[in-house]
Design a protein around this ligand. Structure first.
Ligand SMILES: C[S@@+](CC[C@H](N)C(=O)[O-])C[C@H]1O[C@@H](n2cnc3c(N)ncnc32)[C@H](O)[C@@H]1O
Length: 369
């Protein structure tokens, strides 16, 4: 086996593989050397391992931007020895890593490909496609939508969180064709803008969309979506995209299918962010690199209400003109009149199906400790 020059052996989860000795330890994907590896994305890769383990319908997979092949060999070893994986990167030096790592891990089910993913996806189709670019996934989504088999799943990362969450609204409009705005729930609206954009790309291929799992973590947004073939499904999905009008003075968040004003955030996905059946099948196995974090997120995702757009504890306190109350006390008080949960988007976030007027009244009645 030829060991890549300048590489070091690391263990992530249950798998050993070579990565460049100089590589990113955290933060968004900045190229340190020519071949990219980021330690902090271990959680992102752990979630892929868990999800594909719980999703036996995927028999063929493409790690479209594989870099060192870390994700591909982890899928091969830790999720599914029965899955055929193509690990692709357009950089030939990255492919040296993929080849060495497939050999090192004895992953006979990993095929190395050195191509632009758009060329590869013009020729081949897959049940699962992983898209993990530097920055925005937008330029690659048409190819991914063409390359998904019937009921195929795409796992898509976006690290351009600032435009999506409303810090750079012009960039968001250019890239995603959607209005974004700073708000207490900016990361959630960003994830929903991303899914809304994927839905519109899917619709061009006469495909509708279902969301299996979507989240925000560290410096990125990530969604796993399943396509459902048919023009009717595409129409239904696009027809269910909508807008949120956020009033920062009153805290009101009104959701509608029509744009109420030029400042309405969207178009965005208003449907569920998680599929309960897929989540139920996922388990934070003891070999995962970030096992405790995976278990914590899984718990939160499972109990998180499917009500779009959460409130922030500090925001509610300021609307009621009081000091922030304990989150547990607020959740308990809201839960007595309606449904309420935490959200993975923010440690101080609160989801509830109660109208804002009731939320504020209940918040005002929660005693200070
Ligand atoms: C952020 S890195 C991927 C990291 C990897 N998925 C992981 O988990 O470690 C992005 C990779 O995409 C590759 N890439 C960029 N444009 C590409 C294209 N059009 N086709 C295929 N690969 C591409 C780059 O060479 C780089 O290795």
């Amino acid at each position: 086996m030829s060991v890549p020059t300048g590489s070091v052996l690391v263990k992530e989860g249950a798998t050993e593989f070579f990565v460049p000795s100089v590589h990113s330890e955290k933060g968004p994907g900045k190229r340190v050397g020519r071949v990219f590896f980021n330690d902090q994305m271990a959680f992102n890769r752990d979630v892929t391992v868990m999800l594909l383990k719980a999703y036996p319908r995927a028999r063929t997979a493409l790690d479209a931007m594989s870099s060192t092949g870390a994700r591909a060999v982890r899928i091969a070893r830790e999720s599914r020895p029965d899955i055929s994986i193509v690990a692709n990167d357009r950089d030939s030096e990255a492919c040296e890593y993929i080849t060495a790592n497939a050999e090192l891990t004895g992953s006979d089910n990993v095929e190395v490909s050195n191509d632009d993913l758009r060329c590869l996806l013009a020729r081949r189709v897959f049940d699962y496609i992983d898209l993990d670019p530097f920055g925005t996934p937008v330029p690659f989504l048409p190819a991914v939508m063409q390359g998904l088999k019937r009921h195929g799943v795409a796992g898509v990362t976006a690290t351009d969180t600032a435009p999506l969450a409303g810090t750079y609204p012009k960039k968001c409009l250019r890239r995603y064709g959607a209005v974004s705005m700073r708000s207490p729930f900016g990361h959630e609206s960003g994830v929903r803008i991303l899914i809304g954009h994927i839905a519109r790309e899917a619709a061009k291929e006469d495909k509708g969309l279902e969301c299996l799992l979507s989240f925000y973590a560290d410096h990125y947004m990530r969604t796993y979506v399943r396509v459902v073939d048919g023009g009717g499904e595409a129409d239904r999905t696009v027809g269910s995209l909508g807008y949120i009008h956020y009033d920062r003075v009153t805290g009101d968040r009104s959701v509608s299918l029509e744009r109420d004003s030029p400042r309405s955030i969207g178009p965005l996905w208003l449907g569920p962010l998680h599929d309960a059946e897929v989540l139920d099948g996922m388990a934070a196995g003891e070999n995962l690199q970030t096992r405790k974090r995976c278990a914590r997120y899984l718990d939160t995702w499972k109990q998180e209400l499917e009500v779009p757009f959460f409130y922030d504890n500090d925001e509610l306190a300021s609307l009621v003109r009081t000091s922030p109350r304990r989150l547990e006390d607020v959740l308990e008080a809201l839960g007595a009149s309606g449904r309420a949960s935490r959200t993975h988007f923010s440690p101080t976030g609160i989801r509830t199906d109660l109208p804002l007027r009731d939320v504020l009244g209940i918040y005002a009645s929660v005693r200070e400790h």
